[in-house]
Design a protein around this ligand. Structure first.
Ligand code: NAD
Length: 405
């Protein structure tokens, strides 16, 4: 297949690109490299040293003989170029990962909120409009998030995207299937909820074939392809805005930093290893809906864990200490989470579960590149409201206190 990977320079996109190229597909990365600019804005860098996308593609060709094409394009701002690109290249499938994906970044300031909404909704809508206008029959696979469901405890398992309900009508009770009601907990999650409506409309109005993957929090670094050469290494975010919770615990443990648990740590979240994430994308590509079908929605996660349990597990494994800090997020202090993921299991996903070996693999990566970590960037300080901002702990290590004398 000819596959366009939008956002293919990112944390999930790069390993997905390599995985699909390795499987023999013709892969085109389309990216505006905004994530690299955000690193510059925040004054942080990937824990792992990342080469330019062009250099990454050159190394991949040298190691495997396979070509990955790179196209510099902003989906949100360059509609005409996007349309022309689709008309020229006519991909069979499009994997859409090109959005601003950090909840804390989306809540940093009004400017960050505006950027996240504009970037994400324009990127998705431009893509859908251009697909219709060019008449290409590509299968669109979008990376969404489990966060669209919200994290209140409903006790019933969260279904894969749709909910069967009964409503009262003048003629009696009627059954109906609706999109599972969204309850986004941040501006970022709100944009993913908006994406769902855009997909529903374009599938029903124009017969676009769309799969939406509601992904859990990704952890881990390597896939078998990124491990083939040091310059193919995946990006690894550890900072308070972009670092994901388990990866952050692992780097904190590796550099002797306390594991920062916010609130009671009673938040339960869904997780998936990066190897399974790329495999799920491949499985979704092989199971496209037909034109006229409703959007196909998968829950792309393999296990759920409570944050404090994860911290305790990493502490046991590494001897790290745990620091309990005020929570900068407005969220339920404790929640249960039961999630259905039957569709990927039925397609043959064999989940990678949290195991010591894999956790240690990440700790090893963190130890190897510990010299690249700026400790002052480790705390999560983006607050959901002004009031919460006043309670944020900027210095979990107490370093500035120590240096007063
Ligand atoms: N990382 C996770 O834990 C996680 C969890 C659930 C869902 N997701 C979803 O998966 C997708 C990829 O996440 P990631 O962790 O790889 O993020 P990332 O920030 O590392 O990668 C996103 C890529 O998209 C590019 N991009 C952003 N806006 C663009 C635009 N307007 N035009 C062109 N390119 C643009 C960025 O430059 C970057 O390379 C996101 O949509 C995210 O919401 C990620």
């Amino acid at each position: 297949m000819k596959i366009a990977i939008l956002g293919g320079d990112g944390f999930c996109g790069w390993p997905a690109t390599l995985h699909l190229s390795d499987a023999g597909h013709e892969v085109h990365v389309v990216d505006n490299l905004s994530r690299r600019w955000i690193d510059t804005e925040l004054g942080v860098q990937s824990l792992t040293p990342m080469d330019s996308i062009q250099e990454r593609c050159r190394i991949w060709r040298e190691v495997t003989g396979r070509t990955i094409h790179f196209h510099l394009l902003d989906l949100a701002k360059e509609y005409d170029r996007l349309k022309a690109w689709l008309a020229e290249h006519r991909p069979d499938a499009i994997v859409h990962l090109a959005e601003q994906r950090a909840a804390p970044y989306s809540m940093k300031s009004d400017r960050h909120k505006v950027y996240t909404v504009t970037n994400n909704t324009c990127a998705t809508h431009n893509l859908l409009a251009a697909m219709v206008e060019t008449g290409i029959d590509a299968h669109l696979v979008h990376l969404g998030t489990m966060g669209v469901y919200g994290y209140s405890s409903v006790r019933a398992p969260i279904p894969e995207g749709y909910l069967n309900i009964r409503i009262d009508t003048p003629d009696g009770e009627r059954a109906q299937e609706i999109l599972y009601p969204t309850r986004p907990g941040s501006v970022y999650h709100m944009t993913k909820s908006l994406d769902q409506i855009l997909f529903q409309f374009y599938a029903q109005n124009d017969g676009l074939r769309i799969t939406d993957l509601h992904q859990g929090i990704v952890w881990g670094t390597h896939t078998s392809q990124t491990a083939l050469h040091p310059q193919l290494v995946n990006r690894f975010d550890y900072d308070g805005d972009y670092g994901t919770v388990l990866n952050r615990f692992l780097i904190q443990a590796a550099i002797g930093y306390p594991l920062t648990v916010h609130g009671t740590g009673g938040q339960t979240r869904a997780f998936i290893h990066i190897r399974d994430s790329v495999r799920c994308i491949e499985l979704a590509l092989s199971d496209a809906p037909a034109a006229g079908d409703r959007v196909k929605i998968f829950n792309q996660m393999t296990e759920t864990h409570r944050v404090r349990d994860l911290a305790e597990m990493v502490a046991r494994l590494t001897g790290a200490t745990i620091a309990t800090l005020p929570n900068p997020r407005k969220e339920a202090p404790e929640n249960d989470l039961v999630v259905k993921n039957d569709q990927f299991l039925a397609l043959g996903l064999n989940p990678t579960v949290l195991a010591e070996g894999l956790l240690e693999e990440v700790v090893d990566v963190a130890r190897k590149f510990a010299h690249r970590i700026d400790r002052s960037r480790v705390p999560a300080v983006s607050a959901w409201t002004r009031d919460l901002g006043a309670t944020v702990e900027h210095d979990p290590e107490g370093r500035s206190l120590k240096s007063v004398s």
